[in-house]
Design a protein around this ligand. Structure first.
Ligand code: G6Q
Length: 537
């Protein structure tokens, strides 16, 4: 049954019309217990969702909707290996990659845990060798530079996490991430590397992705020109599900770290795709990250919905995007190490829930996944926060706030924290014309200086950024996106929308080399192709 035909949906529509004009400023004034009621703690991880446009009735009504949509059964189905990716008939088991309790999880009657543990141990041995210098390049030198070649899910997670955990990185290795087919990406990165001491990780689930394969070939040519063909096994490893293609490329399958079709690309940083993360921070810290994610998984699976962080975030997402019609939301990490988090979450959320068909194939009539953007604090404050405070759009925001800095210096972190706390307060309270008048602001400027407030935020606090807390944070968002996908009645785990552009690019590629004018497209595309051909001669 679709979202809008649920009984609870109608009750929520009524609740929305009764409460949407309430101001959070008044709700806080009326109820000093609001923080205690609307916040949760999981170890040192705190979620304050009190600055949302909700009353005591909102969450129970949203939970009714979750129950009517069968959320509990869907969670159990994911954790037990059912094929919830229904357009591709696949299980969805990133939770198995961090299943530190090691309880069996079955796919086609086979426990997947022994294979997952075997690959993790292989990554352990290999990363130890590279980190302690005993893995040698073809000329007997230890590795100094790791180049991860991959795109989308095979790039965003590893890159985001190695940046987020840079403080825990070994000094002995430099990391580079090549994703774009634009030659500038690989050329600029290889300038910093020497063939004798560079190790390439070719990360591709399918091992057929055009960008990754072309970049990997370029890297191989760069290496072979310097050191000869025999150097390849010393300098290339593959992270993939496709043994046949890996061998065709010339990488020995003993240098292949496997994962499986039940791991979606954008959920793969916990698998062999995370080898760069393990190389950067070491096996123990990588396992700590898995443990953090596992803690969030267990919380998600077991906590009642009214005490369940991912469920609450997902339900609030539905509240704003479906009922309030918010089309966007912002993720604002007050931690410079998390500068790639918004880009990572953009894929996680928008590729997962940017869909328009319900389970039965029908076209959906309500809004689905939101548009996500973000920037680390306080940079965003000097840029797009203007629109969040005074623009005409309602943009719910998540503030992510490590309490302690990994680089304590002077007053920097106190100032950062003060800003991270002030922004949600300002967004909630706003500033009234009366307050401005009292301050003596000239009448003519009052409309411009008024802040409407009533703009929703969540604050997620943690003691400091650690591998464990990163694991918890990413798992929190993965499950939030899952919750929204279940309520929206879509398949959050496919991505058919990326196919069409790829097919058309394959058609255009030979046309760029054909001297005859191109006529096979619409007049705009034809004209652009022909103009480019003219300029390039
Ligand atoms: C993620 C998507 C996509 C994928 C890339 C790379 O969920 O499937 O971003 O990760 O297209 O694919 P390969 O890993 O197969 O090269």
């Amino acid at each position: 049954m679709t979202l809008t035909s649920q009984k609870a949906y109608l009750a929520l529509q009524k609740h929305y019309s009764e409460t949407s004009s309430l101001h959070m400023r008044d709700l806080f004034k009326e109820d000093p217990e609001r923080f205690n009621k609307f916040s949760l703690k999981l170890d040192d991880f705190v979620l304050d969702y009190s600055k949302n446009r909700i009353t005591d009735e909102t969450l129970p009504l949203l939970i009714n909707l979750a129950n009517e949509c069968g959320l509990k059964d869907k969670i159990n189905a994911m954790f037990s290996g059912k094929q919830i990716n229904f357009t591709e008939n696949r299980s969805v088991l990133h939770i198995a990659l961090r299943n530190r309790s090691n309880t069996p999880i079955y796919v086609n009657n086979k426990d997947v845990m022994p294979e997952i543990n075997r690959v993790l141990e292989k990554m352990h041995l290999f990363s130890d060798q590279v980190r302690n210098g005993s893995w040698k390049g073809a000329t007997g030198k230890s590795i100094t530079d790791i180049v991860n070649i991959g795109i989308g899910g095979s790039d965003l997670g590893p890159y985001m996490a190695t940046e987020a955990l840079k403080k825990y990185k070994t000094e002995k290795l430099n990391f580079h991430f090549v994703s774009n087919i634009d030659g500038t990406d690989i050329v600029e990165k290889l300038k910093k590397c020497s063939p004798e001491t560079t190790l390439f990780l070719v990360a591709s689930k399918t091992f057929t992705t055009q960008e990754t394969m072309v970049n990997a070939q370029t890297a191989r040519t760069w290496l072979v020109e310097a050191l000869g063909q025999a150097a390849v096994p010393h300098h290339f490893v593959a992270l993939s599900t496709n043994k046949e293609e890996v061998e065709k490329f010339g990488i020995d399958s003993k240098n292949m770290f496997e994962f499986w079709s039940f791991i979606g690309g954008r959920y793969s940083m916990w698998s062999a795709v995370g080898l760069s993360i393990m190389l950067a921070i070491g096996y123990e810290a990588f396992v700590e990250m898995l443990e953090g994610a596992h803690e969030m998984d267990t919380h998600f699976k077991e906590a009642p919905f009214d005490k369940n962080m991912p469920v609450i975030l997902g339900l609030l997402g539905i509240w704003y995007h479906v009922f309030y019609g918010s089309e966007t939301y912002a993720v604002l990490p007050y931690d410079a190490y998390l500068h790639r988090l918004p880009a990572y979450l953009q894929q996680l959320d928008m590729e997962s829930n940017g869909k328009r068909n319900a389970q039965d194939g029908s076209v959906i009539s309500y809004p689905t996944g939101p548009i996500l953007f973000g920037e680390s604090g306080t940079n965003g404050q000097h840029s797009f926060y203007q629109l969040i405070h005074q623009g005409t759009h309602l943009i719910p925001c998540d503030f992510i706030i490590p309490i302690n800095s990994l680089n304590p210096i002077g007053e920097h972190h106190d100032i950062l924290l003060a800003n991270a706390l002030a922004q949600p307060e300002a967004l909630m309270r706003g500033k009234t014309p009366e307050e401005l008048k009292e301050e003596g602001v000239p009448e003519a400027l009052i409309p411009f200086k008024t802040f409407p407030g009533n703009r929703p935020t969540n604050s997620i606090l943690m003691t400091k950024m650690t591998p464990r807390n990163l694991g918890r944070l990413i798992a929190l968002y993965e499950h939030k996106v899952f919750v929204m996908g279940v309520l929206l009645n879509i398949d959050s785990f496919d991505q058919w929308g990326v196919e069409l552009g790829k097919i058309l690019a394959k058609k255009i590629l030979p046309e760029l080399h054909d001297i005859a004018p191109t006529t096979t497209h619409d007049c705009s595309t034809n004209a652009l192709i022909n103009y480019i051909k003219g300029i390039r001669g």
